[in-house]
Design a protein around this ligand. Structure first.
Ligand SMILES: [Zn+2]
Length: 455
């Protein structure tokens, strides 16, 4: 490694250290090692820790948030009964109504704890892949805990403080041409190099590739769709990365199998899927054996299903650290299933058996079968003639397929695609093809290949 790389690494490591002391106090190192110890502990230890955190949170929430106080009254539940249960260690939160996104929208103030003054709230919002962004509040303690978990799990993919990282992420400021010195400074001391996922032109990708040959990033953090585009650019132009990537962290969108296989081939490394949401932080992380481990230190995860281990259902997330605005049994909008497996990687955190992705991208057939959107995207992979596509399930009987085609497009291809869609949804389903010039990105920057309006 050239001398300037190791100097930069040492500098960045020291900067990380200073940043963490500033944010988390002088004892952050011991907090970090405690976090690591807990995540590596036997399953029963971590589940006991989780139960304690859950009890504290429920007690806090019921006593200090107007929304939950009223909810308990409306349902005739008595706080005392709940507290007795809590003391008896037999708490069952399934009696609490799941928290829906529209409730967060309508009851924002009532969901906040009266214990926290408004100046301690940190405002945040989701990108709003369905159109309207969702506003909510977090606190400093939530962010500190969230970061400790991210540090721990990113190390599974080979990341460490000070290591150079390529970040392929949507950054609106860059698109608007606002050169933000604060942002640039942050990236510099973190030893991060950015490729803007909202602006992936050939020249930007070529410049980034050349810069990476010099900067030698050891990990990549990316939106999977942007990662795929960058990998495809490298492969189409017969370029060979002259740097050794330890691992790639894929986050914020569905990681489709064809994204994974191309990126793993091009970067000659494993992709680690990191699953989370802005509302609640990191929910699960993929390990070296390809299982998604649940972040039980910060999250209590349920599946809204008659049998959470065999029948996939809506994921309900309880965030254990955000006391300023508790998220309890929050319907995050993804579908999954639990598993009782003990993972062969050695880590004993419980495993998320299956993550089917956005419930809005999961199709339903007349026979009530759930079909993962990935089934449809796979049909288009390597299909000559199609540049872009989007499949929308309007009703149980009707789908619209938007296509951007190129000169290799043949009429027979459309018959083939319709056949594949009908194989999954039923032969009686009509598929209307619309040829368009472009399928615009939604505001969130996350490309949606499949959208189901059937719930
Ligand atoms: Zn594992």
């Amino acid at each position: 490694m050239p001398i300037r790389h190791s100097t930069k690494k040492v500098f960045s490591k020291v900067a990380w250290h200073a940043y963490n002391i500033h944010r988390k106090g002088p004892f952050y190192r011991s907090k970090l090692s405690k976090t690591t110890k807990l995540f590596n502990a036997p399953r029963e230890t971590i589940l006991q820790f989780q139960r304690e955190r859950l009890k504290q949170l429920i007690q806090h929430t019921v006593q200090t948030t107007p929304y939950y106080r009223d909810l308990f009254k409306d349902f005739g539940l008595k706080q005392n009964d709940l507290f007795q249960q809590i003391n008896a260690d037999s708490i069952d939160i399934s009696q609490i109504l799941p928290l829906e996104k529209q409730t967060v929208r309508k009851q924002l103030e009532n969901l906040c704890s009266e214990l926290f003054p408004t100046y301690q709230r940190i405002e945040n919002a989701t990108g709003g892949s369905t159109g309207t962004p969702l506003k909510f509040y977090q606190d400093r303690s939530y962010w500190n805990q969230r970061n400790l978990s991210v540090y721990y799990f990113d190390q599974w993919a080979g990341w460490d403080f000070g290591e150079p990282q390529l970040v392929i992420w949507g950054a609106l400021a860059d698109v608007n041409g606002n050169d933000n010195w604060k942002q640039n400074l942050n990236r510099y001391w973190r030893n991060q190099h950015w490729l803007n996922g909202f602006h992936l032109t050939d020249s930007a990708m070529h410049a980034t590739f050349k810069m990476m040959q010099r900067q030698q990033p050891t990990t990549i953090l990316a939106y999977p769709s942007s990662l795929y585009q960058f990998a495809k650019f490298i492969s189409d132009n017969n370029l060979t990365p002259q740097w050794k990537t330890k691992g790639v962290i894929s986050s914020a969108e569905m990681l489709h199998p064809h994204y994974r296989s191309l990126a793993e081939t091009v970067f000659e490394t494993k992709i680690y899927n990191r699953y989370g949401g802005r509302e609640v932080g990191l929910i699960a992380m993929e390990c070296s054996k390809g299982r998604m481990h649940i972040n039980c230190r910060d999250i209590y995860l349920e599946v809204d299903s008659p049998n959470p281990y065999t029948i996939p259902g809506d994921l309900l997330v309880t965030q254990l650290n955000n006391y300023t605005m508790p998220f309890i049994r929050y319907r995050i909008g993804d579908i999954g299933r639990l598993s009782d497996e003990m993972c062969p990687c050695g880590n004993q955190l419980p495993v998320l058996g299956e993550l089917l992705g956005r419930s809005t991208a999961t199709f339903r057939s007349k026979t009530k079968t759930l079909i993962h959107g990935g089934y449809f995207t796979q049909q288009f992979y390597n299909l000559a003639g199609v540049t872009q596509f989007q499949l929308i399930q309007e009703t149980l009987e009707k789908c619209i397929l938007k296509l951007v085609v190129n000169e290799q497009w043949k009429v027979e291809t459309s018959n083939h695609i319709v056949q594949k869609i009908q194989d999954a949804l039923g032969t009686e389903v009509s598929v209307k093809i619309e040829f368009v010039d472009e399928i615009p990105l939604p505001k969130s920057g996350k490309r949606e290949f499949t959208i189901s309006k059937v719930t």
